[in-house]
Write a protein that binds this ligand. Structure first.
Ligand code: ATP
Ligand code: MG
Length: 561
């Protein structure tokens, strides 16, 4: 009997917590998660992990998952990012509960709760500048210094906060702080800032507000408003959890409480995953945009030829950890190779062509050779490709003076042209620079693939494209964007110093089998013996453009040894 996928592995620690909560009938045994991106950039593969986790748990436990934009920072947020985030989540195959939600929808409620906290003596307006406030916070081993404004009367606080909201004060001149504990060993509890003054237009609320809530004051409250049960975030928020709970205690009625749970963020070697730095790559034109196929963004991976399934299986493989770790980017490449091996039709493409002339083949004769589209998928059938007296092969499939183990073409040697005949190299021609221009071969007519003489064996098999039938294409080969395993991990060096100057190699003289003429953006193929490729969005009927998604094997591991 097949073991269902879920039972094969033990529960991860978050599933264990959820199941415990369900057993205890906590929050009426609901499971309600949320994915809370800040719309200040495009989503990256790290976000994909969080999406798979949040939406995945909701599916697993028959719960719900909200999409909530954490838009409390008007300076950096834009509608373009909101749209791209929605597109990326749907592309991954998830659908959020109801409409997309926005923290900015809760600005009124958050304001009312701030008033309540002032009235309860739990919040006060501080007139000191930011630097002084930070300084008074001090160090964890010694109590901080209380602000001289800490014990303002409720009336005075209410009036000042109202005037902050009305726009009567300039940026930075006042803040609203929670009155928690200036001697707490947890620095986040030393009277954290709840609101700052910011005369800035917001992408949704326009000029309605000139005070904006801080992340810590908005996040747990938003969870509470939405009825979230399990609020998953990355490890750096562990230290914020007491404050998350403290704020909820100030506002919550009844027994329902969202619970914050932290997990290890995804780190990939050779990869930058901070939105700020990805934005820098875009703004400084070091890549062509957020969806440049070298970017670790979901849109970049999509354009590179990754499938949603491959990203989801990657997220599964990485699993959920409680400790920070670094995942080999090779695992991501493995996941796409594995999926494309299942689904990508095999085709012939010669990226660096050299011409072979088969001297004893009848001039003008064209034979249709039948080739299987995908041995992994019998339903995909076969196709016919034309064979003629002149074919292109890959330049590096020929050597003038090959070593013994070079099982490809060389003077006097034989190879099989896949799906066609065995040919033997009789002669070749070079230009004055020593480059091979033409290779002259004979063929053995008895060796046609599938025919009665086809059982004669030779060691090498090459892919090829008939010269008069070839269609031209541009092919973009990508390599890692960074040459260092941890480009962001050097104190004395900026990550930009590690940019790989050869991360993009554009080939313009590639020759493809004619069946690719009608290939459309996003179509995926295996170019036999070379790798997996997809049609780029820049492609058109008379200017085909392909991206290499991944080579067939991990050549980087070898190169770096
Ligand atoms: P960045 O540091 O790249 O700017 P962020 O955490 O500020 O990312 P948000 O938009 O706030 O970006 O993230 C939305 C959600 O995605 C959060 O719940 C966050 O914890 C999660 N997330 C972000 N980066 C990763 C990552 N590398 N691995 C797993 N989850 C992540
Ligand atoms: Mg964030």
């Amino acid at each position: 009997m097949e073991i269902p996928e879920k039972e094969k592995r033990s529960l991860n620690f978050i599933e264990a917590i959820i199941e415990e909560d369900l057993r205890n009938n906590k929050n009426e045994s609901r499971v309600h998660t949320r994915f809370p991106p800040e719309p200040n950039g495009y989503l990256h593969i790290g976000h994909a992990k969080s999406i798979c986790l949040n939406f995945g748990l909701a599916e697993e436990y028959n719960g719900l998952c909200n999409l909530r934009f954490d838009d409390t920072n008007p300076e950096k947020e834009e509608q373009e990012y909101v749209d791209s985030i929605k597109e990326d989540i749907r592309w991954l195959g998830f659908e959020w509960n109801g409409k997309p939600l926005f923290a900015s929808d809760y600005f009124d409620q958050l304001y009312k709760w701030a008033i309540k906290m002032i009235k309860d003596g739990k919040a006060y307006v501080d007139d000191q500048p930011q630097e002084v406030i930070s300084e008074q916070k001090g160090v964890p081993t010694r109590p901080g210094v209380e602000s001289p404004f800490r014990n303002r009367t409720v009336e005075e606080n209410l009036e000042l906060f109202q005037r902050m909201k009305n726009g009567e004060f300039p940026n930075g001149s006042k803040v609203l702080r929670a009155k928690v504990d200036m001697s707490s060993p947890n620095m986040h509890l030393r009277d954290p800032i709840m609101y700052r003054i910011l005369h800035e237009k917001h992408h949704r609320t326009g000029n309605q507000w000139c005070i904006y809530p801080m992340y810590d004051y908005a996040h747990g409250q938003s969870d509470y408003i939405e009825g979230i049960t399990h609020s998953l975030c990355t490890l750096e928020f562990e230290i914020h959890r007491p404050l998350y709970d403290w704020f909820l205690d100030q506002i919550a009625e009844g027994s329902y409480r969202p619970r914050q749970i932290e997990f290890a963020r995804l780190n990939l070697n050779y990869t930058i995953m901070s939105k700020r730095k990805l934005l820098q790559l875009v703004e400084e034109n070091l890549v062509t945009g957020w969806d440049d196929p070298r970017m670790p963004t979901i849109s970049g991976l999509r354009r590179r030829g990754y499938t949603p399934q491959s990203i989801r299986s990657f997220a599964d493989r990485v699993g959920i950890a409680k400790r920070d770790n670094v995942i080999d980017v090779g695992l991501l490449e493995f996941s796409i190779r594995e999926h494309l091996n299942q689904i990508a039709p095999r085709v012939f493409a010669v990226l660096d062509p050299v011409k072979v002339i088969i001297t004893n083949y009848t001039e003008g004769l064209v034979e249709e050779m039948e080739l299987i589209n995908n041995p992994e998928d019998p339903a995909s059938g076969s196709r016919k490709i034309p064979f003629s007296r002149e074919v292109y092969i890959e330049r590096n499939d020929f050597m003038e003076d090959p070593p013994r183990k070079f099982f490809r073409l060389g003077p006097g040697r034989e190879v099989r042209l896949k799906g066609a005949y065995i040919i033997k190299c009789e002669d070749y021609k070079k230009d004055k620079n020593g480059n091979i221009t033409e290779i002259y071969c004979s063929y053995d007519p008895k060796t046609r693939s599938g025919g009665s003489g086809a059982n004669r064996k030779v060691k090498g098999t090459l892919h090829w494209v008939s010269v008069p039938h070839a269609i031209e294409a541009e092919v973009r080969l990508y390599d890692r964007l960074f040459m260092d395993e941890d480009p962001d991990g050097h104190k004395d060096k900026d990550f930009l110093e590690f940019i790989n100057p050869d991360s993009l190699n554009i080939l313009t003289n590639c020759k493809l089998e004619p069946s690719l003429k009608s290939a459309k953006p996003d179509d995926k193929f295996q170019f036999q013996r070379l790798g997996y490729f997809c049609v780029d969005k820049d492609s058109s009927a008379d200017n085909l453009v392909f991206n290499r998604t991944v080579p067939l094997r991990d050549s980087w591991a070898k190169k770096n040894r």
